[in-house]
Structures are given as C-alpha cells and as structure tokens.
Design a protein around this ligand. Structure first.
Ligand SMILES: [Zn+2]
Length: 260
C-alpha cells in the first residue's frame, strides 16, 4: 500500500542491501531480516572501537534501529548492550563493561521482552497504514514507535473524532482476522512489477540497490521495509487509538497504544 516519501525513505535506508561504503571491508549479517524470532546467537568480533567501547560482529540478532523502530537492547557475553547502530554495512554494539578482542567468538542474547513488544507495535502500525489506505485512501507521511505505543502522520483531511472509533474497531478486526505477515527479498526488477510498491515511488530507490525486502500483511498491507514484525496479526493484541491531532488542514496524527 502506498506510503509517504519520508516514511519510505527512512524504511529503505534501513534495508540491508543499501549501497556499500567503498572502503568497507566487513558486513554484518542481520539475522532479524531473515528470522525476527531469533533471541540468542553466536557471532565473531570483526572490529573493535575501544574509545567508544563498541564492537562490530559478523552476524547479529540486534536490530540497529531504523524506519521509526528503536534499536534493540540485550547482552553480549553477559555484558549489557547500551546502543546498537549501523555504520554502512557493519552493525556496532556499544557495551557497558569489558570489550572482547577482535576475532573472539561471543554469545548474544536479546532483551526479548522489549524486542517482542517492538515487533507487535511495529506490526500494529502496518495494520493502521493498511486500513487507513484501504478504507480512506490516506497516505502516511511519517511516524515513530516505541514500546507498545507510537504515532503516525497521514495526509488525511477527512479525519475526525467519529472516524477515530471506527478506525480503532477496524484495526482490532484485522488483529482478530489473524492475517499472516510474510517477508520476502526480491530482486529489484521483480519488486518493480508489484503495483502497490510502484505507487510508493519505489522507483526512487538508488540504482545500486539490487534487492528489496518486502513485508506483507497478506490481504492488507505491502511495504518495502527493514524492520521487525510478528508473524501473524493475532500476536499484536488489542490496539487502542489513544489520541489524534490535527497538524493542519490536511495533516493528521494518529496515536496508538497496544495492550500489554
Ligand atoms: Zn515494518
């Protein structure tokens, strides 16, 4: 389903197949891109930055943030991970404690309670995008999410209080419908043939991006996306529209909360 430029841009910029730095030697495999349910993993340290207390790994289950979704927290070798960020093709983990040596094998463990809440919240916003486009033809212009809450902005001139309850009801119908959420990585040329993605201005993707990660809530929403999602809308739980704001005649903000 179509979404606004800004949202699309931030989402695309978090996709693994973004352009490589010419001097980059290492690349971190982002485990969450193929399996968002991996909670523990083993990896090798590929680079160390002692000043920042950070290490890069050959593979990681930690999501580095992007597309409005915060980065993960957890532990590497039982040392708390304070921050995770992407630097070109490498994922860096800032640690609160002793720093492993380059080449060392380390165990990783996510703060799964936090990550799973973020997956549920993220998926709730896909449901919102899908419903608002399907029934009101309103496009997303931006958004941000946190643990069990977040906001999304739309070009939605006709949004008013009566619609808010109606939208909330529709969101929970999609949760109850238990729609599968599927992730696929497609070659650029194939992704370009999907009408829903063409309308999202996917053609603005830089030419050197060869593959596009597609996240689909079957029958409801389709997006180019780098984030983490639950596998079925039934995992999201009860969604509440906690507020809405007029940001001008056309631009409206919808806030959601997810039941614990
Ligand atoms: Zn997403």
């Amino acid at each position: 389903m179509p979404h606004g430029w800004d949202t699309l841009f931030t989402r695309l910029s978090s996709i693994d197949s973004r352009p490589r730095a010419p001097y980059s030697k290492a690349m971190t495999e982002l485990i969450a891109h193929s399996d968002a349910y991996v909670k523990e993993f083993m990896a090798r340290v590929t680079a160390v930055n002692r000043e920042e207390g950070a290490i890069a790994l050959d593979r990681t289950a930690f999501y580095p943030g992007g597309g409005g979704q915060p980065h993960d927290l957890g532990w590497l070798k039982d040392t708390p991970v304070l921050k995770v960020k992407r630097q070109w093709d490498e994922i860096w983990h800032r640690l609160d404690g002793s720093i492993p040596a380059g080449g060392e094998e380390v165990s990783g463990k996510l703060d799964w309670d936090r990550r799973y809440k973020l997956m549920r919240t993220h998926t709730a916003f896909h449901i919102l995008c899908g419903v608002v486009w399907r029934d009101y033809r309103a496009q997303v212009t931006g958004g941000n999410l946190d643990l069990l809450k977040g906001r999304m902005d739309f070009e939605f001139e006709t949004l008013r209080q009566e619609l808010v309850r109606e939208i909330e009801e529709k969101l929970n119908q999609e949760v109850a419908a238990a729609r599968p959420v599927q992730v696929e990585v497609l070659p650029r040329a194939e992704a370009f043939k999907i009408p829903d993605l063409i309308r999202t201005k996917i053609n603005l993707l830089p030419k050197n991006i060869k593959e596009v990660r597609i996240v689909e809530i079957v029958g409801l929403d389709l997006q180019a996306d780098g984030g983490t999602h639950v596998a079925n809308t039934s995992e999201v739980g009860l969604i509440r529209v906690s507020g809405y704001k007029s940001k001008g005649r056309i631009n409206k903000r919808i806030q959601l909360e997810i039941e614990l």
